[in-house]
Design a protein around this ligand. Structure first.
Ligand SMILES: *Cc1c(COP(=O)(O)O)cnc(C)c1O
Length: 583
């Protein structure tokens, strides 16, 4: 073992030796030998300099892996390189323009020399990887491998696999998109297992973050001659999907034409078959020994679809070190030393002095408003109640809900509120593009009364500044569509007040705390228009009077929010995964 390890990791160990001396080599060697959890995710949003695919799923994966590094928990991440990432959004004449750029995250990733092969459409496709290393304060580290087919030995169409998110690629028809996607999943799932093996990682269990990663099962099951129990023991699975249509399926004919005879099709059908398709969620559910949803409601929906499974739930969280602004980090350092290692300390946030909380918040608000003045030449008022809506522009998130009745909005908010918005629409989502246009048109009309600014290119570079800099983070999903909504958790440790429809994590948490941390509106049984009036009522009767006439109460609510960050952090979430999913 030791010999093999030296061979496989020799370049890494040499480097460590030259940087830190030989005692670190011994330590690293012991570390490498520890049995690990392999965390598979199609997107891992770990670093703003690294393009990945898009939203919440990837950010959660990145935060989870950072959390494991901090807890010194042995884990290794596996994802797919997206050389051109998602797209950069520019707004031209109220329209979204999508710009694809090849990323060059120089110095962020390191190329590995090892390579493995997988069969795709009967061709041998070579897979390499670029490595990202997370080090925590005490020198522990966790590797993430971004698998890559953009290698000279591959044909052009196979190099394309790790170029960009599948819907941004060269393919045009739905069928071609599906093929491209399935090939990505072959590289990630099957290639990922092979790559970890090649490197000598000792994997105790494979964690599948969403069904996109489920082909890893085929590789392990094959090694176990499709012994069900042996295979199940090797897998745990997280589903994020609330609606049946959200589960990924591929026509079995397509699966067969890509995998050919590299795996027994009858077994693929037995465990993942649904009508004439392969259902990735079903495959993952069938051959894993632990399954969870990411909120109580999400797990309930999953149990309805898979009634014979005992689906657990582990509520999502955020990595506080990543999402807490400098001003609040400073505040917590002064009052709760060691809070980053022990975020439970934030439970005492009610003891924070009011002036210091307000000062830290104002600092973030000024940073954001200055940015907007620099970028857009719009001078917003730092004393005015500032609402933020920053999300993926998707229909169920209802980006234009606040404009449902413009006259009522003007009547209640004229001269008293200002609105900031940001979000990318899926390139093929006609609704989303119209919504962006509508936001710009509305803002043009109400600007005099309620200044409204749309900030371009929402992504991980800008989201921390946006979320921390507003007074209120607004979330308007149509219940019950939001699995979690982690942005609201990012608001907590920055003293930003959540105002949301009754959905996602808010639905659970606000049952007892509505009015104390933030405000909720909009029930599931109501129409969109009724939900909009719910939002107006909350703004008019709760948010604005508290902000303008009862600053003490407002700050109490900010502190209450901060105390909740003692729960919605990755340490707590990781502990649950370790105790239940990876025990
Ligand atoms: C946190 C975050 C998300 C997740 O957003 P939700 O709407 O809360 O699910 C998506 N994109 C970026 C860039 C984020 O930082």
């Amino acid at each position: 073992m030791r010999e093999r390890l030296y061979q496989l990791e020799s370049s890494l160990l040499n480097e460590i030796s030259s940087l830190y001396g030989t005692e670190k080599v011994v330590e690293t060697e012991a570390y490498l030998m520890r049995q690990k959890i392999a965390y598979f995710s199609m997107e891992i949003g770990v670093d703003a300099r690294l393009p990945t695919c898009c939203g919440g799923l990837g950010v959660l994966a990145g935060d989870t892996i950072k959390g494991s590094a901090e807890m010194n928990f042995p884990l290794v991440g596996v994802s797919l390189r997206h050389h051109k990432g998602y797209f950069e959004q520019e707004i031209v004449n109220y329209q979204q323009k999508e710009v694809l750029k090849r990323s060059n995250p120089f110095g962020v990733l390191r190329k590995r020399d090892e390579k493995v092969k997988v069969q795709i459409e009967g061709r041998n496709v070579t897979i390499g990887a670029e490595e990202y290393i997370i080090k925590n304060g005490s020198g522990n580290k966790v590797q993430i491998y971004f698998l890559d087919t953009r290698l000279n030995e591959n044909e052009a169409e196979d190099r394309e696999i790790s170029e960009t998110c599948y819907w941004m690629g060269k393919s045009t028809t739905y069928d071609e998109h599906q093929r491209h996607r399935f090939k990505q999943e072959v590289v990630l799932g099957i290639g990922g297992v092979r790559f970890l093996e090649k490197l000598g990682h000792n994997i105790r269990k494979y964690h599948m973050n969403e069904g996109h990663t489920a082909l890893a099962i085929l590789e392990i099951a094959n090694k176990n001659n499709w012994d069900e129990d042996k295979t199940k023991k090797k897998f745990s699975f997280t589903t994020h999907t609330l609606v049946p249509a959200g589960h990924e399926i591929f026509p079995m004919g397509m699966v067969e034409s890509i995998l050919k005879d590299s795996f027994p099709l009858d077994k693929v059908k037995e465990y993942g078959g649904q009508a004439n398709c392969l259902n990735m969620t079903k495959l993952a559910m069938s051959l894993s020994d632990y399954q969870n949803g990411v909120s109580k409601k999400n797990a309930e929906a999953a149990r309805e679809m898979f009634p014979n499974k005992n689906i657990d739930y582990i509520t999502n969280a955020v990595h506080l070190g990543t999402w807490t602004s400098g001003s609040f980090k400073g505040l917590f350092d002064r009052h709760f030393p060691g809070w980053e290692e022990n975020p439970e300390k934030l439970i005492d946030a009610m003891k924070l002095p009011n002036e210091e909380v307000w000062k830290a918040h104002l600092e973030n608000k000024i940073i954001l408003l200055d940015f907007i003045e620099d970028e857009y030449g719009i001078d917003l008022d730092r004393n005015r109640l500032t609402l933020g809506w920053f999300r993926r522009i998707a229909e169920y998130k209802r980006p234009t809900l606040i404009f449902t009745e413009r006259e009522r909005l003007k009547l209640l908010g004229s001269g008293k509120i200002q609105i900031l918005m940001a979000g990318k629409a899926h390139p093929r989502d006609g609704y989303g593009k119209e919504a962006i246009k509508k936001i710009h048109e509305e803002s043009q009309i109400i600007n005099g009364a309620i200044p409204t600014v749309f900030i371009e290119n929402y992504g991980m570079e800008i989201s921390p500044t946006l979320i921390a800099g507003v007074d209120v983070l607004l979330n308007t999903p149509r219940p019950p569509n939001e699995a979690s909504g982690t942005s609201g958790m990012k608001a907590l440790s920055n003293g930003v007040i959540n105002v949301s429809s009754w959905d996602g994590w808010i639905d659970e948490e606000f049952k007892t705390k509505e009015g104390a941390i933030g405000w909720a509106f909009g029930f599931q049984h109501e129409t969109d228009v009724q939900n909009a009036h719910g939002l107006y009522n909350v703004l008019e009767q709760k948010v604005m009077p508290t902000f303008y006439n009862n600053r003490e109460k407002w700050i109490e609510m900010q502190k209450h929010s901060i105390s909740l960050a003692s729960y919605y952090n990755t340490n707590r979430m990781l502990r649950e995964y370790i105790e239940r999913a990876w025990k």
